[in-house]
Write a protein that binds this ligand. Sequence first.
Ligand code: HEC
Ligand code: HEC
Length: 339
Amino acid sequence: MKAVRILASLLLAVLLLLVFGWALSPHDVAEAPEAALPAIPVKWEHQALRPLLAAAAPLSAKAELGQRLFFEPRLSRDDTLSCSTCHDLSHGGIDRKPVSIGVGGQLGPINAPTVFNASLNFVQFWDGRAATLEEQAAGPVHNPLEMDSSWPQVIAKLLQDDSYRSAFARLYPAGISSEAITDAIAAFERTLTTPNSRFDRFLLGDGNALNDQEQHGYRRFLELGCASCHQGVGIGGNMYQRFGVMADYFRGRPENTADLGRFNVTGKAEDRHVFKVPGLRNVALTAPYFHDASAKTLEEAVMVMGRYQLGRQLSNDDVHAIVAFLGTLTGEWQGKVLE
Ligand code: HEC
Ligand code: HEC
């Protein structure tokens, strides 16, 4: 009995020591600036940003058909535009234009995002109006400012081509249909991931993959709070946020439908100017920036983000370091570094 009581008081003493020890220790790192600096995370398991691992090769038969369709101008009304016209896979998956140019030279309302890593996005388009890649692929075909066609027209053209007829028949029992076309294109798009960027190698343990300035940029990206929105494997693409959290980015501009973002889908006042946070992989290759192409350089885009998303005037050092870090997000496709 006595032994039990001694053991119990010993336990109590240890407990009290632990509690007081914790209360007295400087655990409140938020108030100690040096202690708040996160160490450079070579281990990625607990980090906001995650590595992109290589996808399985080779292409499936569906992805191969999808690849052919991606380059197929017969998806457009006058056979002039394919997906690749606006999403050039040898130029970062974009058209390098402020807004895209559709059939007959018509100007679209918005900047084209890259198709690389689009499969990592939680929804597609700036305003998230397509839930899946399959749903997304129907958009440009019908958009009067893009391919300006329709499924009956596209299917009629593809049916005239024996090689398409047999390729579809092999993979889709019902033959050529809108579902089969978008299914194959989406299968190809899922192969457009770009692993093995220097940043991925760094996260996976190669501490030399990033130089000092790039590592500093990564640290500032985390410290400043960029990663509260641009996070996960896609370094973005997994949430909606307002463009202009800390200040009104759109003040003084004439109202423009594309600027309304998610509001165009939901009609809710709180969704005005809310956009899908874009993924930042390969971002060094995809100027101009933002849905309205209002930033011509990455430096400018980073400064705008500091001001409107974080309410801070970033120093030149921070801007340059972050831009250097963003340059390490350029990955590889089919074994080659993207250009
Ligand atoms: C005329 C140029 C043009 C053509 C042709 C075109 N796109 Fe796009 N694409 C755009 C623009 C502009 C957007 C952004 C539209 C928006 O968000 O409202 C976009 C958005 C996308 C997205 C969403 C990416 C993201 O991050 O949200 C994907 C995926 C995509 N296109 C794939 C395709 C495929 C597949 C085709 C062929 C079937 C195609 N595009 C044809 C210009 C084009
Ligand atoms: C509150 C959320 C939020 C924070 C914080 C944030 N961003 Fe963004 N970022 C966005 C949104 C939303 C967009 C898309 C804006 C648009 O075009 O409408 C964006 C766009 C971008 C773009 C342009 C991408 C492209 O393809 O056009 C870059 C680059 C970028 N952010 C970098 C940063 C950096 C660097 C930081 C930290 C200094 C940061 N962001 C902080 C939400 C955020």
